[in-house]
Design a protein around this ligand. Structure first.
Ligand code: CDP
Length: 225
């Protein structure tokens, strides 16, 4: 049997990490894990319970009541759960996006999520996307991909995605949110998004889904050997 590897996909907000991660996982028969969904679920809990996300000690206290996990839906797609209930839809709204980077910068939140991510990745055969997967969660991942795309392309893609779902958002507010999150995510003290030289860089501003998949599968083949 072919050896199983872990694939880490990191990069800026809304540059298609999830799309590529899902496609790779499906083609390889691997598990896809959206680590951002976990931070979004924690954020949703804080918002639902009126916790001020800028009050670190309040967030840390409320964290004790948070259990994040994954379940498969009827289409066999994984959905994130908060205290046993799927919150896959709720975590994608702009309110959660507006506060998630404040929550994700808190070390206690990261420690709890990373521990779970490492348990999931232990048997290998996982494609996980996020900000610190190749640097902190799976520093020994056999393949690390750093994805990026121009700010305009990223904002437009996320805007179209949300509008298609019926959300009432503007392109300007999406662009502002992406900038806000990228600034915090790349500059925070704990596990900032960092491009180290063991990543393969994939700029998909001008690449189709198919083209980026073919490129990444070439790297997978090399990594599996
Ligand atoms: O899909 P999108 O690029 O909008 O973001 P996401 O992957 O859902 O992540 C949402 C937020 O969670 C990010 O902006 C980060 O603040 C945080 N995050 C993180 O800190 N570490 C990760 N491994 C994944 C996400």
């Amino acid at each position: 049997m072919q050896k199983k590897i872990n694939i880490a996909i990191d990069g800026y907000s809304s540059c298609g990490k999830g799309t590529l991660a899902k496609a790779l996982a499906q083609s390889l028969g691997y598990l896809f894990i959206d680590s951002g969904a976990m931070y979004r679920a924690v954020t949703l809990h804080m918002l639902q319970n009126g916790v001020d996300v800028n009050d670190e000690s309040a967030v840390v206290q409320a964290l004790d009541d948070v259990r994040v996990g994954f379940v498969n839906n009827a289409e066999q797609q994984s959905e994130v759960t908060l205290n046993g209930v799927s919150v896959e839809k709720e975590i994608r709204n702009i309110e959660v996006a507006a506060h998630v980077s404040e929550v994700a910068r808190i070390q206690a939140v990261r420690t709890k999520m990373v521990a779970l991510q490492q348990v999931i990745g232990e048997p290998k055969g996982v494609v996980m996307d996020g900000r610190d997967i190749g640097t902190v969660v799976f520093p020994d991942a056999e393949l690390k991909i750093f994805m990026t795309a121009s700010q305009e392309v990223r904002a437009r893609r996320r805007y179209e995605e949300l509008v298609a779902k019926g959300d009432d958002v503007t392109l300007a507010e999406i662009a502002e949110n992406l900038k806000h999150r990228d600034t915090i995510d790349a500059n925070r003290e704990n596990s900032p998004l960092t491009l180290t030289n063991d990543y393969r860089v994939l700029d998909n501003s001008h690449l189709s889904r198919e083209a980026q998949f073919v490129l990444a599968m070439g790297w997978v083949d090399e990594a599996i050997g």
